[in-house]
Design a protein around this ligand. Structure first.
Ligand SMILES: *Cc1c(COP(=O)(O)O)cnc(C)c1O
Length: 357
């Protein structure tokens, strides 16, 4: 590990104070690059000073969006050790995204080595303040210089790192979400299961309209019946109705969230009844009206869990748990965060320590 050709920066950037960190604005001193060419495969892995990429304006990714990414975090524990959370599962998903977008996969092992090597070099950039972390953004873009629509023959893999602040600097706060009857995110057979750039460009209008109506996030319904819950913003969705925790199945339109899987695993450990099943907005709204909708939350790397305090649909709002964070939502948050920072027993072996180099 870590024996990639490395060019260290001669002009290290000043590191901002942990208290000033937000999301994704500060990038570290180095980046990891690797090229792919048809016939040659992946080659020339290297760590170089962070800086702009130079791309011909006819580079295919700039026109047709053949691009994938992933997002995961490393955490500095109270013991000073830096731990990555479920890097293998993120690497596997990155490859699933690649497959959907007709892009070449990368050996999971190489992806893992790129994470460890780059964090090793920029280890001092992992912030210390509770709630902060180092966000990793692995990305692959198509680099053919050609204006035809086709899967490219050449690609660039890059990995960049960003120290980020606590998502909940003012405490875990329930959000207002709007089940959209005008925008859809994905349909079966499309790209909903891939973390691909185009999905996020396509989500902007729905987000804009929800914000204009006074909501924080969009709850997407399925594109065919416009009835079944898909996802909320860039998070997976879970609802607790009576004794049952329900989350939509991985049936081709939603992302296989690593946080979703972690939350489901923990709830199974706790003996809860988890159903991966289609659930309609009518069932959720009805449960909201009759008081059986006990909790609702989104799951994702950025927030871990995001409690839903208000759900709006077709002009009606239901309030969930009095607009407060529910007990299970809270327990999931505390448990996952405890594992990430090495405070609690990591029974499933989800974290791996990264050493400085
Ligand atoms: C990244 C993402 C998620 C959450 O995945 P995690 O692995 O838990 O971070 C859910 N939905 C969408 C659309 C996403 O992009």
């Amino acid at each position: 590990m870590g024996d990639f050709p490395t060019t260290r920066t001669k002009t290290p950037k000043p590191k901002p104070a942990d208290e000033t960190l937000s999301f994704g604005k500060v990038l570290t001193d180095h980046m990891f690059l690797m090229d792919y060419d048809e016939g040659k495969g992946w080659h020339s892995p290297r760590i170089v000073p962070y800086g702009p990429l130079s791309l011909d304006p006819a580079t295919s990714v700039l026109h047709y969006g053949q691009a994938i990414f992933d997002g995961l975090k490393a955490f500095r524990g109270d013991d000073g050790k830096v731990r990555l959370f479920r890097p293998d599962r993120h690497a596997e998903r990155f490859n699933r995204s690649a497959g959907i977008m007709c892009m070449p996969e990368l050996p999971v092992d190489i992806i893992r080595q790129s994470f460890d090597a780059l964090i090793g070099v920029d280890h001092a950039w992992v912030p210390h303040m509770p709630g902060t972390s180092l966000y990793l953004r692995p990305t692959i873009i198509a680099t053919d210089v050609f204006l035809g629509v086709h899967p490219a023959h050449s690609y660039l893999y890059f990995l960049i790192l960003s120290p980020v602040g606590s998502y909940y600097s003012e405490g875990v706060k329930p959000v207002r979400i709007l089940a959209s009857d005008s925008h859809v995110r994905a349909v079966k057979g499309g790209t909903g299961e891939a973390k691909t750039a185009a999905n996020y460009a396509a989500s902007l209008a729905g987000q804009r309209d929800a914000a204009a109506a006074g909501y924080t996030q969009v709850l997407y319904l399925d594109g065919v019946h416009r009835r079944y819950l898909d996802e909320v913003g860039t998070m997976n969705i879970m609802v607790r109705i009576g004794d049952e925790v329900i989350t939509p199945p991985l049936a081709g339109t939603i992302l296989d969230g690593v946080t979703r899987n972690s939350a489901m695993t923990l709830m199974q450990d706790w003996g809860l009844r988890i159903s991966e099943r289609p659930i309609t907005i009518d069932e959720v709204m009805q449960a909201g009206r009759d008081g059986t909708l006990r909790e609702m939350w989104g799951t994702g790397t950025a927030a871990v869990v995001s409690p839903v305090g208000t759900l709006g649909y077709k002009g009606e709002d239901v309030t969930i748990n009095g607009g407060e964070t529910g007990e299970l939502t809270r327990k999931l948050y505390d448990s996952i965060v405890g594992i990430q920072y090495g405070r609690t027993n990591d029974a499933h072996g989800w974290t791996s320590v990264v050493e400085p180099v």
